[in-house]
Write a protein that binds this ligand. Sequence first.
Ligand code: ATP
Ligand code: MG
Length: 661
Amino acid sequence: TAAHRINYRAELNDQQFAAVTSPPGQALVIAGAGSGKTRTLTYRVAYLLDNGIPPENILLLTFTNKAAREMLERVQGLVPVETNRLWGGTFHSIGNRLLRKHADRLGLKQGFSIMDREDQKDLMDTVVSNGNIDTTTYRFPKPEVLGEIFSLADNTGKSVREILSTRYPYFEPVVDGILKVRELYTEKKLETNNVDFDDLLTMAVRLMKENPDLLERYRRTFQFILVDEYQDTNLLQCELIDLLSGEQGNLMVVGDDAQSIYSWRGANVKNILEFPKRYPKARVHKIEVNYRSVPEVLTLANRTIEGNKDQFRKALQPSREGKGTLPALVPLDNGSAQAAFVAQRILELRDEGIELDEIAIIYRAHFHSLEIQMELTNRGIPFQITSGLRFFEQAHVKDVAAFMKFAANRLDEVSFMRMVRLVPGIGSSSAGKMWEHWVKNGSALGTLTHEEFSKALLGIKVPKKATKTWEQTAYTLSELVDAEGKLVPPPAMIRSIMEGVYEDYMRAKFKNSDQRKQDLEQLSNYSVRFTDVQEFLSQLALVSGVDTDERPAASPDTEAVTLTTAHQAKGLEWHTVFAVWLAEGMFPNNRVIEEGGEEGLEEERRLFYVTVTRAKDELYLTYPVINYQARDGEVLQRPSRFLQELPQNLMEKWNVRSMFA
Ligand code: ATP
Ligand code: MG
């Protein structure tokens, strides 16, 4: 209807318009930062809906789930169509949806659990210690390193041997042991009805490869596939898209090779560079205007990336006019002076009318944020953080989730162990025996009513001193299932667990149990929107995985400064950006300087490019001249080579008198 007519011509430039309205087939939009790639995809979705494509026939793949949600909200504002019927989210979340629907075809059972990195480490530990693996004669990788090796193998399609020889040569002598662990680990996952993060992708690909009928069906379902941040897809993701789309599919991918920053996790920039080769009929769209940043910031950004030899040349012109301010180069005495400067400047900006939401502090590594977190806290400046230990990865949240996961998946050894080890008087060895008992008595399968579940759990033998608390725990667990054997809704589950036993455990286990209780209340509020436990648990797992981007906001409208790593900042934008710890060894990172070679350095430079291109109006480049290190005492630091490479006239040097001088 005319009521919602979108004026595509007015809201897009010619290149964007051509991409948005391009006829069916394949299209690649390759363009620099802030040129409107994400906007183009958003309007493309609106355009498809406008032209009568049913939402359930559109698949939108984004870097974070939050990005998908935001794009769809925007679309909802443009077209009166229920956008939640669309398939939108990360590769992992779409993989999860496919696996849930077709678990049986993969040898999985309904209600399988998703392990996060910590669960994975626990299971790997079990496998290594039960598997008769020789870990002492030669150096053997730790469980988390094993996880990394397997993950790289999965995501790059290479063999474990290849991964070892290119990245971990010192573990080559124990390759047989590592392969054995991989085999046992895979078996154990199936046995406990668990999948890890990479399985969400590998199994989705396998599902499509091994089941032509499903492939056929999903090709019909996903009539239009759209992918943002395509430069950071890995082999598996690329393969999944290619499979689902097929040679004839309607596939639009957008990205920027200069922002490819995940090769360390298996991403391959060739996917985007060779797209036209793989799809010879693809239309290629380039956008050469930047809408995000003032010319001063853009000039600096363009200059930054010129340092890289290996790139597609793109000339980005500013669309914004007027005189912005030069990016500020701010050397500070030390880390605390840097934190004080950032906090002080934020308060001034707030007085100037800049909202805290419009300010970000970006750093290379999570620990760079610690001093700043303290300073902001001391000055009462609210902030939200997208790195480090995340809300859903905290011990108490995971404890409560373990009860829920076990109630939903009675084969889940990992969650069972975590749960029973909370019971006072039960240690690792009795926990192991309890698991054996549980498995042997066949109670592990089928639907059990509240009564049956309770009886089966109480039947497990426990050490005498734990009898009473185990009874309470068993009863609490059985309350998660109703009289017919159905799982009760998530908020009711969380209430039962907390009131039944967990509040007591928490008081004994943690010092700050009040804070944690509040967290769990927040979790409970968050869970209200889910009626299905499975969906809730998947969501928990997906947001605590590699692509995390949210926590359940206490009140979503509290204004807060964003603290983020450069990796997590991609795709986002703020009025003001503080890029901190820009010292040699910090950014670029020491390890990369020592062993990354030219390629590693180019990736660091791209990461720096991503960092500076987040700023719309103001950019502060700061570094501490002196760094206190536990081992070496005071160390003098040089500014990052990325700063030294820039002509001085692109920045204004600020002399901030240190408060500690
Ligand atoms: P990145 O590479 O960082 O992901 P991007 O290419 O996806 O950036 P967008 O985030 O889509 O860029 O756009 C950057 C900013 O420019 C946004 O605020 C967007 O709304 C604005 N913008 C993009 N195109 C236009 C346009 N044609 N008219 C007005 N504003 C635009
Ligand atoms: Mg984008």
